[in-house]
Ligand binder design. Structure first.
Ligand SMILES: Cc1cc2nc3c(=O)[nH]c(=O)nc-3n(C[C@H](O)[C@H](O)[C@H](O)COP(=O)(O)O)c2cc1C
Length: 188
């Protein structure tokens, strides 16, 4: 069975990003693709220290839980990343995770190559598109395939529960999740 890994980058386990990612996981499962979600809530993800140890063993030397996520990602066909917007950009831990995941892939066996996915940005009011663009840099340099949707993958909400009431935002990310499932089922 094809599988999509979804990463929730918010520190709030029941926050807006978590609720948006949960809905995407449901859409993917409804389309006959396994959906597993991992969360950065309760973790602290350090930045890449450019040691290049990963070139030798395909793992990150920093032991903060990211290697477990990398293992799940290796077994997945798709990868969706949701981040809250912090001061107009993605949350720091999200970019730290993406940079280390990308470095491990690039320095070892390019395991990200041709995985299907993309970013989702969740915020109260502004900075969504810059955040999407920032996260896209990870997908596009790692030989990944990013489908579109009916709008950019941005959802509006401040207090937990508000984002899922953004009807257009949710319609957009549901279609995006559908497109990810559609593509992984067709790629071999
Ligand atoms: C440090 C910090 C910075 C924030 N910066 C922005 C911002 O630049 N633009 C915005 O619209 N919302 C901003 N917010 C609000 C969050 O993006 C918003 O509450 C979002 O729903 C949080 O997602 P979560 O519930 O998944 O944690 C910020 C929140 C925090 C904690």
């Amino acid at each position: 069975m094809k599988k999509v890994l979804l990463l929730c980058g918010s520190p709030r386990p029941e926050g807006n990003t978590a609720q948006v990612i949960r809905e995407c996981a449901k859409v993917i499962a409804d389309h006959g693709v396994e959906a597993e979600t991992v969360s950065l809530a309760g973790t602290v993800i350090e930045s890449c220290i450019a040691c290049r140890t990963c070139a030798a063993n395909g793992m990150c030397i920093i032991e903060d839980g990211l290697n477990e996520i990398i293992e799940k990602l290796r077994e997945s066909d798709g990868f969706i990343v949701g981040s809250p917007v912090y001061f107009g950009t993605a949350r720091g831990d999200v970019m730290a995770a993406l940079q280390r995941i990308g470095m491990v892939s690039m320095a070892s066996d390019n395991f990200l190559s041709r995985k299907v996915g993309g970013p989702i940005a969740v915020a109260r009011r502004g900075g969504h598109t810059a955040t999407i663009q920032e996260m896209l840099m990870f997908f596009l340099i790692n030989d990944m395939i990013v489908p579109g949707s009916i709008y950019w993958n941005i959802v509006f909400g401040k207090e937990p529960g508000e984002a899922v009431r953004d009807e257009e935002g949710m319609r957009t990310v549901r279609r995006f999740a559908e497109n990810v499932a559609f593509l992984v089922k067709r790629l071999d």
